[in-house]
Ligand binder design. Structure first.
Ligand code: SAH
Length: 354
């Protein structure tokens, strides 16, 4: 296996079969070897810096019915909420004073938030905090909507592709959703000029090593600025209530593979990873991740944005989350930094070397 890892590191030309082989058959020592290289690359680009994003979960209304997701339309046991523009701006004010320079607005696909409303919110945030980046994570939209958000000032967009295999996609989603449409959205976002993030769940129901290999090939082809991955975690009111969770081990391995495939990518160590293991987020950083996304949502709504069971940090204030993550990162020799935390270009690094 080590020869495949070396080839990925030196040439970055693995085939789908190579990836699948690595994903299926690696040993613990192969994983350690992978992490030694992924950390080396991560440090070459980002040193010991960890970027923070303040996550504002502004609506849990959703018109979609994804089989894995706790806020899916058919879940009648969710107490639905949406934040007002003023609530959102209050979150940003608190976040700004805590040193956040990126705000991520995430929500279900909530028709109440029309393009005009989203544009107004984005514009207001950018007016008040011109030195901050605004990231949207609000699902699949038309090109014209994405363009309008961008023109209003949005900098980045997160839209996990969820799986790059058609038949697997159809097992995770209702028939009215398609992988083709989701991929087209990602290409539209890129063309408009966003910094784009795709991603997937590790260990989602019916996922095979080949599916994960397809994810790697898709990621290499799209070449996004960010990749968000985390373990699948079952939610008790979804059709996948009884499905097994993804594992820490496999999620870390995929983080390592992504770092080697896209060396300068922004790679979060996610809340889901922290949910399946008490040291999950630290281990994610030590596998090559360089971003954490503490929650900035008001405490009153924290326990209502439950995509999966046992989500951590639902009882904490934003300041506590920031402080806790700061300590955690320090404990492994990394530092949370106050900056927008943009993706560094390969050219930039190259120039610094000479
Ligand atoms: N509506 C937005 C935001 C979705 S929530 C959108 O469509 O992009 C953000 C991510 O949470 C999803 O993309 C999915 O990958 C992840 N997620 C949802 N349910 C999950 C679960 N049960 N376990 C782990 N991750 C989950």
């Amino acid at each position: 296996m080590k020869n495949l890892i070396d080839r990925l590191y030196l040439k970055n030309d693995l085939s789908k079969n190579d990836y699948a082989e690595l994903i299926r058959n690696h040993s613990d020592s192969d994983a350690e070897y992978l992490f030694s290289l992924s950390v080396k690359l991560r440090e070459k680009y980002y040193g010991k810096d960890v970027y923070v994003r303040g996550l504002i979960e502004f609506s849990n209304y959703c018109k979609n019915n994804c089989l894995y997701c706790g806020i899916r339309r058919d879940n009648r046991n969710v107490q639905r909420y949406r934040l007002s523009k003023e609530d959102i701006l209050t979150c940003c004010a608190e976040g700004y004073s805590l040193g956040f320079r990126t705000f991520v607005l995430q929500g279900g696909e909530d028709p109440y938030f029309t393009d005009d409303r989203i544009c107004d919110i984005v514009y207001s945030i950018k007016q008040k905090y011109p030195d901050c980046a605004v990231t949207l994570s609000i699902g699949e939209k038309e090109y014209a909507s994405y363009k309008a958000f961008f023109d209003a000032g949005a900098d980045r967009y997160l839209l996990r592709h969820e799986t790059a295999d058609n038949s697997h996609y159809s097992k995770l989603h209702p028939p009215e959703m398609s992988l083709e449409h989701r991929k087209n959205c990602l290409y539209d976002l890129k063309n408009i000029g966003y910094q784009v993030g795709c991603g997937f769940m590790v260990g989602s129901p019916f996922q095979t090593a080949e599916n994960l290999a397809d994810d790697m090939i898709f990621i290499r082809e799209l070449s996004p600025h960010m990749v968000g991955i985390g373990p699948f975690i079952s939610q008790h009111d979804t059709p996948f209530a009884d499905q097994k969770n993804g594992t820490l081990e496999q999620t870390l391995f995929m983080l390592g593979l992504i770092r080697l495939t896209l060396p300068n990518v922004l790679l979060p160590s996610t809340t889901a990873l922290g949910t399946i293991h008490p040291m999950g987020r630290e281990k994610g950083i030590l596998a090559g991740a360089n971003v954490v996304m503490p929650n900035l949502s008001p405490k009153s709504v924290r326990d209502k944005y439950l995509l999966y069971d046992n989500k951590i940090c639902t009882g904490d204030e934003a300041a506590e989350c920031k402080h806790c993550l700061q300590m955690r990162m320090k404990s492994i020799g990394y530092n949370i930094v106050t900056s927008r935390g943009d993706c560094k270009s390969i050219k930039e690094i190259y120039q610094n070397e000479f």
